[in-house]
Design a protein around this ligand. Sequence first.
Ligand SMILES: Cc1ncc(COP(=O)(O)O)c(C=O)c1O
Length: 483
Amino acid sequence: MYAGQDLTQIRKWLGGQKLKAPTMKDAPPFYRNLEAALDERRAGHNLVTLHRFEHKVDFSSNDFLSLATSGMLRKAFLEELERNPDFAVGSAGSRISDGNNAYIESVEGQIARFHGAEAALLVSSGYDANCAIFSAVPRPGDAIVYDELIHASVHDGMKTSLASTQIPFKHNSADSLRETLVSLKESQSLIRQGTRCVLVAVEAVYSMDGDVTPLAEIVEVVKDLFPDGNAQIVIDEAHSTGLVGKNGRGLVCALGLEKETQIAIRLHTYGKGLGTTGAAICANSTVLNTLLNFARPVIYTTAPSFPTLAAIRAGYNLMESGETQKLQDRVQYLVRHFCESIEADPAWDEAVNAGICSIPVSQDLESRSFVTQFLPVWTRQGQNYFLTMHLHGDGYTAIPIDPPVVPRGTGRVRLIIHAGNTEDEVEGLAASICRWAQEMLDIQESKTPGNEIPSAMRKVYGLAQAADGQGLDPSKLAANPVE
Ligand SMILES: Cc1ncc(COP(=O)(O)O)c(C=O)c1O
């Protein structure tokens, strides 16, 4: 994926797009075949290369509370190390063999208490957690019904699931969920009779749209259609942990649904708001025992190491003490401030009306009890690269998102607001987007052939031409979805 930050990185990325396999006739077939597979990406200018965002204002990382970088978590982490001077660094085994110990159990106890859950099981990542849940929990004859925008890790879990019926419902639509569940009951007698079960998979906050699942309605639909409890909700709180609810407890707690019998599993991950890595699956002992016995991503891997656990505990200590509530409030303020700033610029309104760009999630902010950290800017397909280059040029990080992650014909630039951003930075970001919007309006109005590409993008093409005389087609500058 191209998301280069400066000319050196753009050159590096461009260099990476040159086909390689044809130059490797005498190389071992093992490497030649791999390069041939990579060439398929290079041909579309979409080979993923590593990049670094240095010396730029962070409007793209998942570290939305700025805990990974601000020093607050580091301090709490070092204090936790001091409280445990004799720690063993590694866990020395899988959780089901030598990897269990008093420390991990006490962190799990703290997590469960904080979220009002019966119990918690720590795993190495949210990816592992979803693979574990969706591969191991459904029994033969069960079904999985999932929001169509559900994360890739749920899809990967479903690939090895015993639930052969896996059906999407329309994003955030309780009506679509109802229709899907009704037709599932009609077509599957064991589910209708209540001897086989349905898992309903949703995310609390969707990172590509920045919107929030209508959880209360979803619970009502599930309760109404499955009063005997043979349908259960699994909610992924990856992007809501630390953001939503008192001290960042998450959406389920914010809505007071901790004891809701229709929500069997909650996933809290720590690589985003909590500034570290790892994840906890909150559920009752039946579900957690199922994972310990059947989930390969739990069984066949080393349990999280002490430093990871200590960082997670440090994060929970900060949440419990109310320290992170200030950061949560700051994100709320800055998101609203960004929206006010951009809407006050006349170019923005004009560009929205001209269909050049929009931020749907910024609508009706007053009516919402909370906003999310995500501000995806919708553009026409391919033009998200124009905006991305422009923002990089102005010193801001931003990530372009393409189909199939977003609908065909559209593109998006995903912006994330952080507690550590300043008001000036947020105002600067809004002004930068509006300058780009004005440039696009001017291009659209002038209709001058050969002048369709905005200035930041022209610089990239200039580099491409200088590199090897090969021009680039913007529509081919497609990113590979990474999330
Ligand atoms: C909704 C969702 N669930 C799970 C994950 C995976 O979490 P982790 O990064 O801890 O593996 C992500 C990360 O991108 C995510 O966005």
